[in-house]
Design a protein around this ligand. Structure first.
Ligand code: PML
Length: 266
């Protein structure tokens, strides 16, 4: 029996050199042309503008994707950037990340431009990625068709069945499968999208509405890491193909105390 061939399809679009949208997934060969059409449309009709440059990469995977489950998803009812930051501090310090590191991450995310990839920080806030301007871009992740249906239905019940939430959850689920990663904070660079998230393996993916003010055109991601070889982590984030096959619960709004008391079982 021949082995199934998977393709990683990645899209990045820009207007006048400024990034406006991106998408990626792992797909069967038969659907490549449909996905190319879908991603191209997405770049052309993005509400941040019509792309004048669309880069598509279609690459056969030489390695069989690892199957993983998604992080469970929750939403906190944070009312403004201050309460969102306070929640992020409480959640991330509860897994051993220092306040200093979290403050450093918030400062770097508010510096006024968006890096192409994520920052890697140790739990004291020291940056560890080799290129401090580009960061580390997580790639080669996707979701099986069956899990995608399940995720769409779970998110649909919460009114959250959109590409932004799905793709961020898939990315975070890949990242947190690697034991060196203790936590993550993410703020969208879309000026109209004000919900960010923090994630840990212990708590899951926790959405933080109103983490930034409307109109702010930058954001980014920071991964807090501990122990192990940074180069192994970078190789995993950039090159190891991962497919979500099981979808953990997606729950509506919870209180911070519920999140802190109830750690996810993975
Ligand atoms: C991004 O642009 O990749 C960040 C998306 C954050 C999504 C947060 C959410 O609504 O769950």
């Amino acid at each position: 029996m021949s082995r199934k061939t998977w393709f990683s399809i990645r899209m990045r679009s820009a207007v006048s050199g400024v990034h406006i949208s991106g998408a990626e997934g792992i797909y069967d060969k038969n659907v490549i042309s449909n996905i190319v059409k879908e991603y191209t449309q997405r770049a052309l009709i993005h509400d941040r503008g019509t792309a004048d440059e669309i880069r598509l990469t279609i690459e056969e995977l030489k390695e069989k994707p690892k199957h993983i489950s998604s992080l469970p998803l929750y939403t906190l009812n944070t009312r403004n950037p201050e309460t969102a930051k306070k929640a992020a501090l409480e959640i991330l310090t509860s897994v051993g990340i220092t306040e200093r590191a979290i403050e450093e991450a918030f400062k770097a995310l508010d510096i006024g431009f968006t890096m192409r990839g994520a920052m890697l920080m140790n739990i004291e806030g020291v940056r560890l990625e080799p290129d401090l301007l580009r960061g580390i871009r997580v790639t080669r992740m996707g979701i099986t068709d069956e899990a995608a249906k399940d995720l769409a239905s779970k998110l649909g019940r919460l009114g959250l069945n959109n590409n932004t939430v799905k793709e961020a959850l898939i990315l975070a689920s890949k990242v947190h499968k690697f034991r060196m990663v203790l936590g993550e904070i993410c703020i969208s660079d879309d000026p109209k999208y004000t919900t960010g998230y923090v994630a840990t393996r212990a708590h899951g993916y926790i959405r933080l509405p109103r983490i930034k003010k409307r109109g702010v055109p930058y954001g980014g991601r920071a991964f807090f890491i501990t122990g192990g070889e940074v180069k192994d982590l970078i190789k995993y984030l950039q090159r190891t193909p991962v497919l979500i096959r099981t979808v953990k619960p997606c729950i509506g709004t919870l209180k911070l105390k519920d999140i802190l008391e109830h750690k996810a079982s993975r």
